[in-house]
Design a protein around this ligand. Structure first.
Ligand code: PLP
Length: 451
């Protein structure tokens, strides 16, 4: 690789970064991350910081997971690539599909379709949901329902079910026939309801209302994250997802659980759906499937859907969808090793225990800092929503958000800013001391920004 001077001179010049304005990136070039070790990353200036972002919700096992690196190296030696399209398969993909369906058996997942990431997994679920209804002879069921504030990736399908205008406006018109209902977000909702259980009921009623308006026989599927991540860690009341499941059952609508963030222990449960004992018809997973060591994802398929496809005697059941890297052998080898480590270390238990400590620390920060309007957390996914006026819930400006993140970085903690939320998703292997360090970093950031 070229030297640091070259990287610094060319930073944000030949490269456009996702989710960023190219001109802004040129004006304030991003930090160049050079190394990762344990739960910390080191930048080009040699400064090591605790990564409270966990890469991007994905590096659950930290940066030094030798079993994953070894498994990838061994697989690269044996077979760096072969296609999983009709006619050929590879050992790691067969084995990982087996392990995943065992792993997500409590959710009733019986088949896996591999993808290259979360957006691919969502796209796959949407397409297979429509195909399901074509096979069943109900081809009018093409619409999708989703929650406002939901995030489902950036392909046209995913962006269409996405519930955040920032990811939609510049790319409209999106997929027709997609409709959104209110998120069970106690801090801000159209019902002015602050009781989570009552709000869950109101949001469920809004779904019923939308279904009645659209006509159930026109709707293919409802898509939701069990805990809404990128939308600002919105944690629905435990009654909400089971209510959605019951509504879907009543109207024969498929339920897609987008578990791209929540899939491998981040919430304290192995799957976000498991928090409420909900069995979806599809689950989309990615991110921590390889702990971020290789771009891989999967769409998991429930028995009801699998049976219809596999019993089909017409041409409708053939899957006209797939990616060159579906079932990439190196990715699947990484996934197998990551899954084994995930189980061995019982990272969900650590996420639950550290999550309780983190939650307490966030509540204390809210009590101390007027800037903190709301804190939300579940396991090791958390958000602090910053406001300039608590009564009016007025979001703080970009400058304030940057000031918080910069000062925290100076105190040795990497944070992620999303709108007026600070998002936390550290590796699931952090210690109690790491949680305290994250809290101290936030404290330093909030103190500096308030000045
Ligand atoms: C819930 C959810 N679904 C889908 C995606 C898209 O995944 P990817 O960025 O791997 O395409 C994300 C990414 O953050 C996500 O949080």
């Amino acid at each position: 690789m070229r030297d640091i001077n070259f990287l610094t001179e060319n930073n944000a010049k030949p490269i456009w970064h996702p989710m960023a304005h190219p001109a802004e990136m040129r004006a304030v070039p991003p930090r160049i991350i050079m190394k990762g070790e344990g739960v910390s990353v080191t930048d080009a200036e040699g400064r090591a910081v605790l990564d409270a972002v966990g890469g991007l919700w994905n590096v659950n096992l930290g940066y030094s997971c030798d079993p994953i690196k070894q498994a990838m190296a061994t697989q690269l030696d044996a077979l760096p690539y072969y296609s999983g399209f009709r006619g050929t398969s590879t050992g790691p993909s067969i084995e990982l599909a087996y392990e995943l369906t065992e792993w997500f058996a409590p959710e009733g997942m019986v088949r896996a379709f591999f993808t290259s990431g979360g957006s691919d997994s969502v796209e796959t679920a949407l397409r297979l949901a429509r195909q399901f209804w074509k096979i069943r002879g109900q081809g009018d069921r093409t619409k999708f329902l989703a929650l406002k504030k939901g995030y489902h990736g950036t392909h046209f399908g995913g962006a269409s079910v996405n519930g955040n205008a920032n990811f939609r406006r510049n790319y409209e018109p999106l997929l027709p026939g997609v409709f959104h209902t209110p998120a069970p977000w106690t801090y801000r909702n159209p019902f002015d309801e602050t009781d989570p259980a009552k709000l869950a009921k109101l949001c469920a009623r809004a779904i019923e209302d939308e279904i009645a308006f659209q006509g159930a026989d026109t709707i293919a599927a409802f898509v939701m994250e069990p805990v809404l991540g990128a939308g600002g860690v919105i944690v629905p009341h435990e009654s909400f997802m089971p209510m959605v499941r019951a509504i879907c059952d009543r109207h024969e609508i498929l339920l897609i659980a987008d578990e791209v963030v929540t899939g491998f222990g981040r919430t304290g449960a192995w799957a976000g759906s498991r928090l409420s004992g909900t069995k979806p018809d599809f689950m989309t997973i990615a991110k921590a499937i390889t702990s971020g060591y290789f771009p891989l994802g999967a769409t998991l398929i429930g028995a009801k859907v699998a049976d219809v496809f596999e019993a089909d005697k017409t041409s409708f059941g053939a899957i006209g969808h797939g990616y060159t890297y579906s079932g990439h052998p190196v990715g699947c080898a990484a996934g197998l090793a990551a899954l084994a480590e995930t189980k061995r270390l019982a990272v969900n238990e650590n996420a639950a225990a550290r999550g309780v400590e983190l939650g307490k620390a966030l509540e204390a920060l809210k009590a101390k800092h007027q800037l903190v309007g709301d804190v939300r957390y579940q396991g090791l996914m958390a958000a602090l929503e910053l406001v300039s006026d608590r009564a009016a819930k007025k979001p703080v400006d970009k400058k304030t958000m940057a000031a918080v993140a910069d000062a925290a970085y100076g105190a040795g903690v990497m944070l992620r800013v999303s709108g007026n939320n600070i998002i936390l998703s550290p590796p699931l292997v952090i210690s109690a001391a790491d949680v305290a360090k994250i809290a101290d970093g936030l404290d330093a950031g909030l103190t500096a920004a308030a000045r």
